[in-house]
Design a protein around this ligand. Structure first.
Ligand SMILES: [Zn+2]
Length: 324
């Protein structure tokens, strides 16, 4: 699929718009420009996409019909909403009232690894999108490949990203190989110093995360109680605030460094040099802020296969006894 035949002009436009976008963002709201994992950057303007409920678009900016891949998928399991006999607990659920467990990876046995994709959406990013400075924060080429090659993955969604991309969220939820997890509502920092992200007050932390579960839940699919802090920034106080929610905090042991990468090769090298059985790989599905991830993905998949490693849903990597 000629997904990126528009890459060169895209990059040229990104470069041309980057400085302007920075000025715009600074005038609007604080933005994490120096955050190498989570900062904002401009992409191509597509004003028509700034309207509410934007349709899914492919990498050429075209509106997509319903995905044919869906027809080959089995009915979506609704593990989160089921409570009948024989059903398993929601993945990631921990005992409410206790500080949540924090995990970096699963057991170093077997051959499974988890590919996780964060879907960031700050107020600054939403402004970029709605002003037309950025074309998309949803990298559909990643989804195309994962679906085509039947690769399991787990998506850490911010509530605001879900609100911007309901159609894409439906597409994620409809895939029985994809798990949905929580990445806060608006990608605020949960510690005082986190890559320049604006901080959320302690008293609002639990509500922010609970609200995000509420945004994601109606989409069904493979819901979880996995949670990832923006920038992976957390301290004892933040964990204590989340104790009522019964979540598992997932950091990851393989940081791909994909945001703002200028080429796919460093992403691939970062992943393949560190990945081991049980690894949790941190990637991004944010397109304009991580424009090379879809180009890195086939090389990552080939490298995993060459090492005998097999992508699996996060729940199955962290707990290999779960049915897969
Ligand atoms: Zn993030």
């Amino acid at each position: 699929m000629p997904a990126k035949n528009s890459r060169a002009p895209l990059l040229a436009a990104v470069a041309a718009l980057a400085s302007l976008a920075g000025v715009v963002a600074l005038l609007a709201v604080p933005t994490p420009l120096r955050d190498d994992r989570h900062a904002s950057l401009a992409g191509l303007p597509t004003p028509s996409e700034t309207a509410g409920d934007p349709p899914a678009r492919d990498s050429r900016g075209q509106t997509e019909p319903p995905r044919t891949e869906r027809t080959e998928q089995s009915p979506t399991p609704d593990r989160a909403g089921s409570s009948g006999p024989g059903t398993t607990a929601v993945p990631g659920a921990s005992r409410p009232g206790t500080r949540p467990p924090v995990v970096d990876h699963g057991p170093r046995t077997g051959n499974r690894v988890a590919l996780t994709f964060d879907a960031d959406m700050t107020d600054a990013m939403r402004h970029q999108l709605r002003s037309g400075a950025v074309r998309s924060y949803a990298n559909l080429a990643i989804l195309d490949r994962l679906e085509r090659e039947r690769v399991p993955a787990t998506f850490f969604l911010t509530g605001k990203w879900v609100e911007e991309y309901p159609d894409v969220t439906r597409r994620l939820a409809a895939n029985p190989r994809f798990e949905l997890a929580n990445h806060t509502y608006g990608h605020l920092a949960f510690t005082s110093a986190c890559y320049g992200l604006p901080a959320i007050p302690r008293r609002r932390m639990a509500d922010d995360v609970a609200r995000t579960f509420d945004v994601i839940a109606p989409y069904g699919g493979r819901q979880t109680r996995y949670f990832r802090f923006p920038g992976l920034c957390h301290d004892r106080a933040a964990l204590t605030e989340l104790a009522p929610l019964g979540v598992t905090v997932v950091d990851g042991d393989v940081i791909s460094g994909d945001p703002f990468a200028k080429s796919w090769r460093p992403i691939v090298d970062a992943v393949l040099s560190r990945v081991r059985p049980g690894s949790v790989v941190v990637l991004h599905v944010t397109e304009a802020n991580a424009a090379m991830t879809d180009e890195a993905l086939p090389h990552i998949l080939a490298g995993l296969a060459a090492r005998g490693l097999s992508p699996a849903p996060l729940s199955e990597v962290l707990d290999p006894s779960r049915p897969g």
